[in-house]
Design a protein around this ligand. Structure first.
Ligand code: F6R
Length: 638
């Protein structure tokens, strides 16, 4: 991990890092960051092998370390890295879960690592969640002693929870805490509720190593990927040490590195507001916009009301020097934003398009809206979808995944009962009915049940697209194979997923592609779908029709663009807001108690309306026209 060693001296040593108290390195993707961490672990294992010693690893579960484990498996298979000298201790386990439960960390570790490497079974230590309450104290003491007797952890891998927990050391954990039984924070249980099909099924307690146990490790690497983690990462790195954010305790450890991707760093002062750390590249127009819109928000002023003093007092005097005059700068920024607004997302026919977001020609375009799940199209861009159809464009919708895991068993049972009530031979459905009635919690659905759930979502989608007014043959159900694992954790995407996408794009030869550029959905499906689409575009870009194809990114239910990122803003009238609401209602299986809600417990239509209203308000607050609602887009240039 060369890069890490070079950067190790940086924090504090350079002006731009002056707010940071925890060593961190940024990689351009979770993939490259994970590979670097796996390489460091592999080097340690080999070093210990050369010494004839055991390598004592502390391991974590969750979504963050999966890439590291995949890379370690690769090193084992392709380079013969042996784990015979490795002894592992997992950080934690849910209390009360059997090792066979698909949500237990035993299950996770075997599925994601241990079953694929040559580690001796007796070298694996994971807290036993089935231990009785009476024995748990002694059990935890023994776990702690076993680590100490081996000379302590050589390396501890960590993730970070949104509460700032490490292991399951929730806010309030003491710096001297050791392995023990703890109560899980509501936020942590909420975040796990997807995998458990409802918060009520998430255990309330867990066994976790303590803060002290973790801090005694000789080396600690914490992984954080994605924008969802950016807020807590900023607090961990820049905040004061407090039991309220247990990750801040790592500031007391002398050999800790946070390995991050660019999105996880987006809350750090040097990235979010580089003018505060005196490190802005003012020749970059995006930085200029970012700074000016930030200044408006901070001073609660519209763009044209910003004064020279506002700029000077907020680290932006250099920007004024460069631009000459604050008022010209205000006008430049105002016009830039004004030009993003259009009621013609497919381009305005016969209009001067030099300052419009979209081309006027061809007048009638072919568009594909890629929707990761069967409902993101209407949730995220229902208003724009409606406008495109009303303005005569040939709009196709491509549902990338079946979305089957998000249909509850109760919902599926309802359909099966309707089918058997109306069938001449109700035995036809008895197997599925039986499965649904007797299903144990946290077990994978049979293929037929998944098919039923996928069909429910397909029919709901067609009801919605018919309402918006496109013919069924323009609606494509791609059922990408990467999604079909039957579990929250998906299969790795392959060329087959890309081929299916290539075929569809070739068959339509679109002038516009809309895609979810949403990087914050709870299970990462949007991100995988986007990567598949980008790979497909990359493979197709030399074909002639792609010269005339523009790609627009929208954001889903979990995140919105920053103002400086917006390149097209499509306003919605009050009537269009209602039409969009109705289109979302057709996705009945996703209404009321949605299975995979993420960290926001409002229904999707409420979230969508709120978000679109807030977007319009942001424009109004910056001094632009006052619309009811707006949908926002960013152009992806390939
Ligand atoms: C897992 C653990 C937790 C996770 C944390 C982040 O063993 O102890 O602290 O590391 O909740 O989870 P992900 O990586 O899923 O975001």
């Amino acid at each position: 991990m060369k890069k890490e060693k070079i950067l190790f001296q940086f924090p504090g040593a350079f002006e731009e890092y002056r707010f940071e108290k925890l060593h961190n390195v940024t990689f351009d993707s979770p993939h490259s960051g994970s590979a670097a961490v796996a390489d460091e672990i592999a080097a340690l294992i080999r070093e210990k092998q050369a010494q004839g010693a055991s390598c004592i690893l502390g391991l974590a579960t969750g979504s963050s370390p999966i890439g590291v484990y995949q890379h370690l498996i690769k090193l084992h298979k392709e380079e013969g890295l042996s784990f015979k000298n490795v002894i592992t201790f997992n950080l934690d386990e849910y209390f009360g879960l059997k090792t066979s439960d698909i949500n237990s960390y035993h299950f996770f570790m075997h599925e994601n690592l241990f079953d694929h490497i040559d580690i001796p079974e007796e070298n694996i230590n994971i807290p036993d969640g089935t231990i009785t309450l009476g024995k748990v104290r002694t059990y935890c003491k023994d776990y702690e002693k076993k680590i100490a007797d081996l000379g302590g952890l050589d390396f501890q891998l960590l993730g970070i929870g949104r509460t700032g927990h490490i292991g399951f050391n929730e806010p309030g954990s003491n710096i001297n805490s050791q392995t023990r039984l703890v109560t899980l924070d509501h936020v942590t249980r909420f975040d796990a509720s997807g995998a458990f099909h409802g918060i009520e099924n998430v255990p309330t307690k867990a066994i976790t190593m303590g803060i002290k146990t973790i801090l005694l490790a000789k080396r600690i690497v914490l992984l954080a990927w994605g924008v969802n983690k950016s807020e807590i990462v900023q607090k961990a790195i820049e905040g004061v040490v407090t039991p309220q954010i247990p990750t801040t305790y790592l500031q007391n450890h002398k050999n800790t590195t946070l390995v991050l991707d660019e999105q996880a760093t987006s809350g750090l002062t040097r990235i979010k507001t580089p003018w505060i750390t005196g490190n802005s590249d003012w020749s970059d127009p995006i930085t200029q916009c970012k700074a000016v819109f930030w200044l408006c928000e901070k001073s609660k002023k519209s763009i044209l009301k910003l004064t020279e003093e506002d700029y000077n007092q907020n680290g932006m005097s250099e920007l004024l020097n460069k631009e000459g005059n604050y008022y010209d700068l205000n006008i430049k920024m105002f016009n830039r934003l004004q030009n993003t607004i259009t009621g013609w997302p497919g381009g305005k026919p016969n209009a001067d398009d030099s300052k419009r977001p979209e081309r006027a020609f061809p007048e009638k375009k072919r568009c594909i809206i890629f929707s990761p799940h069967p409902d993101d199209d209407v949730i995220s861009m229902g208003g724009t979808f409606d406008r495109l159809v009303a303005q005569g464009h040939e709009v196709h919708v491509a549902y990338q995944t079946s979305g089957n895991i998000a249909v509850s068993n109760d919902e599926a049972l309802k359909y099966i009962e309707v089918l058997s009530d109306t069938s001449s031979d109700e035995r036809q459905y008895s197997a599925l009915r039986e499965e649904l009635v007797n299903k144990e919690k946290n077990t994978i659905d049979s293929i037929s049940l998944r098919k039923l759930k996928g069909a429910i979502r397909k029919r709901e989608s067609l009801a919605a697209t018919r309402y918006i007014g496109i013919p069924d043959h323009q609606v494509h159900f791609m059922n990408l194979p990467f999604y079909e694992s039957g579990k929250v954790q998906k299969n790795p995407p392959t060329q087959t997923d890309i081929e299916i996408t290539n075929k569809l794009i070739r068959s339509v030869e679109p002038h516009q592609i809309y895609a979810a550029g949403d990087l914050a959905d709870p299970h990462g499906t949007h991100r995988i779908c986007l990567n598949i689409l980008f790979d497909s575009i990359d493979q197709l870009k030399s074909e002639a029709f792609m010269d005339d194809c523009w790609v627009w990114l929208y954001r889903g239910a979990w995140q919105e663009f920053e103002v400086h990122e917006i390149e097209m803003a499509v306003p919605m009238s009050p009537d269009q807001v209602l039409r969009k609401r109705k289109a979302i209602f057709y996705h009945q299986s996703q209404k009321d108690s949605v299975m995979f809600q993420g960290s926001d417990d409002r229904e999707f239509w409420v979230r969508a309306e709120d978000r679109n209203r807030t977007s319009a308000k942001r424009y109004r607050n910056l001094g632009l026209s006052d619309y009811q609602a707006m949908e926002l887009f960013q152009r992806y240039k390939f």
